[in-house]
Structures are given as structure tokens and as C-alpha cells.
Design a protein around this ligand. Structure first.
Ligand SMILES: NC(=O)c1ccc[n+]([C@@H]2O[C@H](COP(=O)([O-])OP(=O)(O)OC[C@H]3O[C@@H](n4cnc5c(N)ncnc54)[C@H](O)[C@@H]3O)[C@@H](O)[C@H]2O)c1
Length: 278
């Protein structure tokens, strides 16, 4: 653990803070977020709990920012873990911007950190159950090249000229899953691993904002098989994601790579059997 560096992006957010807590004994924590103010607040809360952290303001869509991130990591020590939670949801921006932050940003971070991958490095990227929505083979082929300069225009054209925020989100998250599958052999050759997590309906600020604005959400909450005592308006907790991400980064997860892990209380599975008997 001495000299090991753990990077958490979106560290000012609900899942980010939970991940920082879950990774407190895994190395030096470098907290990253685009919002310097909320990042400083999160660091303060964690400090009061006894967690020492470094912070870096970084917009994951900016090439120079992610290059500065990689430099900071190598100056701190050995790259051990990345938990990439930075992202925006469909109610926060137009479809193009959602694709930029959620998929292009993820690709930028992974590509920037790749030269630092060494034996035991692991990255966990937070996707979404939205990524399980089908996409055509033609669109998927474009999703697999997120760093091309005309990426958003190409996706939009392949969809017939319209990219609404919901489609942008589903495609971005599908792209994240595929990116982790695709880069896993490259990381594996360097001794590293790459996994995505698909959260279901999680009780964070983002989750609550989607709940208040999307008609389908209460139905999906009802459909989620896991019901727990004391459950809030959304069935999942940021700590559920953090615990899974911490396991995936640990030695216990060392044969898991190039796949997506659903942490959704069974929602995707249940939705595949709608109308089934039993
Ligand atoms: N909450 C849910 O129900 C849910 C469900 C499925 C997937 N997810 C995914 O989980 C991840 C974390 O979500 P959350 O619920 O913690 O949301 P959140 O809004 O609480 O946190 C997201 C954080 O990402 C940061 N961020 C946004 N754009 C950024 C950028 N360009 N560069 C760097 N940081 C940026 C924000 O400032 C924020 O602190 C997201 O990728 C989201 O899509 C959430």
C-alpha cells in the first residue's frame, strides 16, 4: 500500500464520496472532480472522518486536464486503482454533452492512465443499467471510437439526425461497457484489469433528480426485486457501488476483467422476464 495511488473521479458526488470511504486503506487517495468547490467540501467531510486526501480539479472531457491528472498520479506514486464515477445524467445536459462527459471523458481518463498501468493496477468505470438498451451494430461501431474528432456528429448522423439526452446517456453507458471489454486485453498485458459496474436506481443527488423528472422511474423502483428495510425513495445506496468497486480493485477481484457487473438489485434481470410465469 505504501506509495499506491487510488484515483476517484466524480469524487464530490454521491458515489464518489462513498468510494473514497471504501478505499481508505487501499493507498493514497487522489480525489478528482470538475467542481472545485464541492470537491473541497467533500474533502473536508472526509477529513473530519480521519481520511487524508489529495484533490485535483479536472474536467474529464479536457485532454490537458486528464494529462495533468496522469502526471499528478505518477508524481504521487504507483497507479493502483481508479474508480471512475464522474458523469452526468440525461436531465443535466443535451445528448451530445452527455456523450462527451460520460463516454469521451471515460475514454480520455483510461487512455491517459494506461501508460501508468503496472502489475496489480485496476480500473472500475461506472456505467449504468441504461447501457443494456439495445443499439444497432452500426451505432456500436461508432461508439467504439469515442476519441475521433467528429464523434458526436457521427453518432447523431447514425441515429438519423436526432440525439436526445436519454439516447445520449444509454449509448454513452453502452460505450463505457464496450470500452472496458475492449481495453482489458491491453491492460492485461501490462498486469492490469478493467471492469465496468452498472448501477441500478441509486439514492444520490443524481438519482433523486432523475426520479423527480422521469415518468418511468417509480415503475422501475417497484420492479427492482431487492427490497430492504428502511429503504428510501430509491432502492440502491452509493455504498452498494462502493463496496463492489472496492472488491473489484482488491486482490479478491484479481481474475475479474473485461466485463460488466450489474449492481442493480436485480432490475435488468427482472425486466427480461416481464410477463413470464413463476
Ligand atoms: N444515481 C444513480 O441512480 C445512477 C444510476 C446509474 C448510473 N449512475 C452513474 O454513476 C455515476 C455517479 O453518479 P452519482 O449518482 O454519484 O452522481 P453525482 O451527480 O452525485 O456525482 C457525479 C460527480 O461527477 C462530477 N462531474 C460531472 N461532470 C464532470 C466532468 N466533466 N469532469 C469531472 N467530474 C465531473 C460532478 O461534479 C459530480 O460531483 C455517474 O457516472 C452516473 O451516470 C448513477
Amino acid at each position: 500500500v505504501a506509495n499506491d495511488v487510488v484515483v476517484i473521479t466524480g469524487a464530490a458526488g454521491g458515489m464518489g464520496v462513498a468510494c473514497a470511504r471504501a478505499m481508505k486503506d487501499a493507498g493514497s487517495l487522489l480525489l478528482v472532480d470538475v467542481n472545485a468547490e464541492t470537491l473541497a467540501q467533500a474533502a473536508k467531510v472526509l477529513e473530519a472522518e480521519g481520511l487524508a486526501t489529495e484533490q485535483l480539479r479536472c474536467d474529464v472531457t479536457s485532454l490537458s486536464d486528464v494529462e495533468a491528472l496522469a502526471q499528478r498520479v505518477s508524481s504521487l506514486g504507483t497507479f493502483r486503482s481508479l474508480i471512475h464515477t464522474a458523469g452526468i445524467s440525461p436531465t443535466m445536459a443535451d445528448g451530445g454533452r452527455v456523450l462527451e462527459v460520460d463516454l469521451v471523458g471515460t475514454a480520455r481518463v483510461l487512455i491517459a492512465l494506461q501508460p501508468l498501468v503496472t502489475q496489480g493496477s485496476a480500473a472500475v468505470c461506472i456505467g449504468s443499467i441504461a447501457g443494456y438498451a439495445d443499439a444497432s451494430a452500426a451505432v456500436e461501431a461508432i461508439l467504439d471510437d469515442p476519441l475521433r474528432p467528429d464523434f458526436v456528429a457521427q453518432v447523431t448522423a447514425a441515429l438519423g439526425g436526432e440525439l436526445d439526452p436519454g439516447a445520449g446517456y444509454s449509448l454513452a453507458k453502452r460505450g463505457v461497457m464496450r470500452l472496458c471489454e475492449r481495453l482489458a486485453p491491453v491492460w492485461g498485458a501490462l498486469g492490469g484489469r478493467l471492469v465496468s459496474i452498472a448501477p441500478g436506481l441509486m439514492d444520490t443527488e443524481m438519482g433523486r433528480s432523475e426520479l423527480s423528472q422521469q415518468e418511468m422511474m417509480p415503475i422501475m423502483v417497484d420492479m427492482t426485486p431487492v427490497k430492504r428495510p428502511g429503504m428510501g425513495p430509491l432502492p440502491g445506496l452509493p455504498e452498494d457501488i462502493a463496496a463492489t468497486a472496492a472488491f473489484l480493485c482488491s486482490d479478491g477481484g484479481s481474475f475479474i476483467s473485461g466485463c460488466d457487473i450489474r449492481v442493480d438489485g436485480g432490475l435488468i434481470g427482472a425486466s427480461r422476464h416481464l410477463g413470464g410465469v413463476m
